[in-house]
Write a protein that binds this ligand. Structure first.
Ligand SMILES: C[S@@+](CC[C@H](N)C(=O)[O-])C[C@H]1O[C@@H](n2cnc3c(N)ncnc32)[C@H](O)[C@@H]1O
Length: 254
């Protein structure tokens, strides 16, 4: 089995500069299109926590805790650990959690997802915009680490990109639009990959349907009114038509 150590190091480096951690949320999630994705991710995790009465959570590679600040605010009984390799990101995360009155509930740990530096067991782990950046053998190593840190029947939530929608977009994009590797999936392939790693999908949602339309709204209307762009995108989302750009999956340990 060969692991892609160069690729793993590249990903750590890509997020290690202060300027990346300082502006990460502003750069990627302040637009209407980014906000809608963020809200869908938060509400999916909050619903899972509520439905399955989850109190102990691990977030792998949280960056500046974009998600946990909002998830924690909706689930004040939940406590957990956020673990990221990058200390600048963790500093931002701690500041943001403190500002939201959540510092008591969430422990920040500097660590590597390929070799987690604790033995704690959680009911739920979540990780967004992370697992997909690795090649198969390395994704398997991450699933394995997460599996070891979940209680029996514990849950994992993460995001996966739909090949059918993303591949044509990437074929027409410039090189700098997708600087970091992403695995693209057919849904069956995703189910298969999880099964091979002792997880089964119990629930999922489709997000960013009609992506070409969403991005047109963002480009044409966003600069004039993010509020209007947001409202139009919510209408597109509510129509539930078209293939999604991504899925968010809730899986259970088997
Ligand atoms: C694209 S950001 C995602 C942040 C957050 N999950 C989100 O969705 O906003 C990727 C994060 O992975 C972290 N990272 C990269 N390699 C890592 C590793 N081997 N172990 C833990 N964290 C890692 C980076 O420091 C960065 O914070």
């Amino acid at each position: 089995m060969t692991y892609d150590d160069d690729h793993i190091e590249q990903l750590k480096k890509a997020y290690s500069e202060n300027k990346v951690s300082d502006s990460y949320i502003e750069d990627r999630f302040s637009s209407a299109i980014g906000r809608i994705l963020h809200e869908a991710q938060v509400s999916f995790v909050v619903e899972a926590i509520t439905k399955h009465r989850i109190t102990s959570v691990l977030e792998v590679a949280p960056g500046p805790a974009r998600l946990t600040v909002d998830i924690g605010a909706s689930c004040r009984q939940t406590h957990g650990t956020i673990m990221d390799f990058n200390v600048n990101m963790l500093e931002q995360a701690q500041k943001r959690l403190s500002a939201s009155g959540l510092a008591e509930n969430w422990k920040s740990v500097a660590g590597d997802a390929f070799d987690m530096p604790f033995k704690d067991i959680f009911q739920l782990a979540y990780s967004f915009r992370f697992i997909r950046h690795f090649h198969k053998e390395d994704r398997n190593r991450i699933y394995n680490q997460i599996h070891q840190h979940l209680e029996p029947n514990g849950f994992l939530i993460f995001d996966a990109i739909n090949r059918q929608v993303s591949e044509p977009l990437r074929a027409n994009a410039t090189v700098d639009e997708y600087p970091i590797y992403d695995e693209l999936y057919d849904f069956q392939q995703l189910e298969q990959e999880l099964k091979q790693n002792q997880f089964r999908i119990v629930e999922y949602i489709a997000v960013q349907r009609c992506y070409s339309l969403l991005s047109k709204i963002q480009i044409l209307i966003g600069p004039r009114s993010e509020k209007l762009a947001y409202r139009l995108m919510k209408l597109v989302e509510a129509a539930k038509i078209g293939q999604p750009l991504e899925w968010i999956v809730l899986c259970q340990k088997i």
